[in-house]
Design a binder for this molecule. Structure first.
Ligand code: ZN
Length: 66
């Protein structure tokens, strides 16, 4: 699921695969437009740190998005 050249819809920053996974997980599994972690954190009024912790948690649960 490596999608090279994908950029954040909001700030145009180049996205890492984990950020694409995070958009799918936190916003919509069928998302076609993605956000970087900073913009996701803004959107949900939480810290990037918290999102990263959640991502780690989902990875441990065996989530296929990450
Ligand atoms: Zn962004």
């Amino acid at each position: 699921m490596m999608e090279t050249g994908t950029r954040c819809l909001k700030c145009q920053r180049a996205l890492k695969p984990v950020e694409i996974g995070a958009t799918k997980k936190f916003i919509n599994r069928g998302a076609k437009e993605y956000y970087c972690l900073s913009c996701l954190a803004d959107e949900f009024h939480v810290s990037e740190e918290l999102l990263l912790q959640k991502i780690e948690y989902f990875k441990k649960q065996g989530c296929t998005l990450f």
